[in-house]
Design a protein. Structure first.
Length: 440
């Protein structure tokens, strides 16, 4: 096809888009347009199915709602182009430059070719291997089984995209936005995802072996069955389900539950001293009477967990969420609960009873001596009779908390907010207004 013929087709196409006389939709299907230069061309809704556009210059072109089924765009220049809602099933884009392109709502699934006679059906995988998609917009795009191997998607927006079974091994998605994407069964082996936003994503069954997820946002991510071996999670905001713990740790938890439910006749009391359980969702877990000395539970979710009479001496619970947790009679001596959330937690003394269940009149207080509670939230928590001597409670929120009969000898209570709190006799704290004035 000659350049003059292409120009005439584009002129008639623009007339068709403007609903002017003598206009017609551009139909360039199956044409050989390799190396053509059409920067900024208006090809909205054009028919380019099976067209050879290898190494074509379509920078800034408008290809919205275009039919590009099985088109050849190898090494094409598509930076800043508009491909919204385009049919790109089976398109070949290996090595193409799509920097800043808009592919929102585009369909890049496998293409299906129906053969004649007994030739059957041929599936064409959409290929974006080694393509450049930095700053591209791919939100809501259908990218199932697309090959993005070693592609660059730095700062790209893929929110709500469908990427089931996609191949993203070795790709660069640094600082990309992948919120609420479906990456079920996708291959992300060795992918660069540092600083990526993955909140709400579905990564069940995905291969993330060796991936760099440092400083990534992985909150509320489904990682069930995902392979995270050798992955870098440094600084990531992530909550792993117990299923992602080692098999040994899972066995300890299961045997401990048997031990509790059988009153010690079955199972084994858990000893998890020094274990790393950080960034793990362990809501409602029962670790009552477990040995958890120096365990790392930083950033973990322990909402409603039962940990009564457990030994947490020296434990790391920085930023842990212990809302509604039961910690009555536990040992938290020397533990670090900086900025932990203990809203409505129960950390009171346990009433000791005889073997036949009769009260003895004696109590086993929770031990929080030398504990670090800087900036912790203890709103409406019950700490009755707890030992808090030498505790650092700087800037702690004790509003509506029950600290009656607590031992607060040598405790640091600077900038504490204790509105409507029940305090031990003889203990007075500044009013909330005075604390605010002091902080300012």
């Amino acid at each position: 096809m000659t350049p003059s013929e292409i120009i005439r087709i584009l002129q008639r196409h623009e007339a068709w888009l403007a609903q002017r006389p003598n206009g017609s939709c551009a139909n360039l299907s199956m044409q050989n347009l390799a190396g053509v230069s059409l920067p900024g061309a208006n090809l909205q809704r054009a028919k380019l199915s099976g067209t050879n556009l290898q190494k074509a210059n379509l920078k800034g072109a408008d290809l919205a709602d275009c039919d590009l089924f099985a088109a050849n765009l190898l090494q094409a220049r598509l930076a800043q182009s508009n491909l919204t809602n385009a049919d790109m099933r089976g398109v070949q884009l290996r090595g193409a430059d799509l920097t800043g392109a808009n592919l929102e709502g585009a369909d890049l699934r496998e293409g299906t070719l129906m053969g004649s006679g007994d030739q059957g059906i041929t599936m064409i995988t959409t290929d974006l291997g080694r393509a450049t998609l930095d700053n591209a917009k791919l939100s809501n795009a259908n990218l199932q089984k697309v090959n993005f191997g070693r592609a660059s998607l730095e700062n790209a927006n893929l929110d709500h995209a469908l990427l089931q079974g996609a191949h993203l091994a070795g790709s660069n998605m640094k600082n990309a936005s992948l919120c609420d994407v479906d990456l079920t069964g996708a291959s992300l082996k060795g992918a660069m995802l540092a600083g990526a936003q993955l909140a709400g994503a579905n990564l069940s069954g995905a291969n993330l072996a060796g991936a760099d997820l440092s400083n990534a946002d992985l909150r509320d991510v489904n990682l069930r069955g995902a392979d995270l071996s050798d992955a870098n999670l440094d600084g990531a905001s992530v909550l792993l389900s117990p299923e992602h713990l080692s098999l040994g740790l899972q066995q300890v938890l299961n045997e401990h539950l048997d031990w509790i439910e059988s009153n010690g006749s079955k199972g084994v009391r858990a000893n998890l001293d020094g274990s790393d359980l950080s960034q793990t969702d362990m809501s409602n877990v029962n670790l009552s009477a477990a040995s958890l000395r120096h365990v790392n539970l930083s950033g973990s979710k322990l909402i409603g967990a039962s940990m009564a009479m457990s030994d947490l001496e020296g434990a790391n619970l920085v930023k842990a969420n212990l809302t509604g947790a039961i910690l009555d009679g536990c040992n938290l001596s020397g533990a670090d609960l900086t900025r932990a959330n203990l809203t409505k937690a129960k950390i009171a003394a346990v009433e000791l009873k005889t073997e036949d269940g009769q009260p003895t009149g004696r109590h086993w207080p929770s031990n929080l001596s030398f504990v670090k509670l800087v900036g912790a939230n203890l709103y409406a928590a019950n700490l009755r009779k707890a030992n808090l001597n030498n505790a650092d409670m700087t800037a702690c929120n004790l509003s509506r908390a029950n600290l009656s009969d607590c031992d607060l000898d040598d405790a640091t209570l600077d900038q504490v907010v204790a509105e409507d709190a029940r305090l031990p006799d003889g203990i007075t704290l500044p009013s909330p207004d005075a604390v605010i004035a002091q902080a300012s």
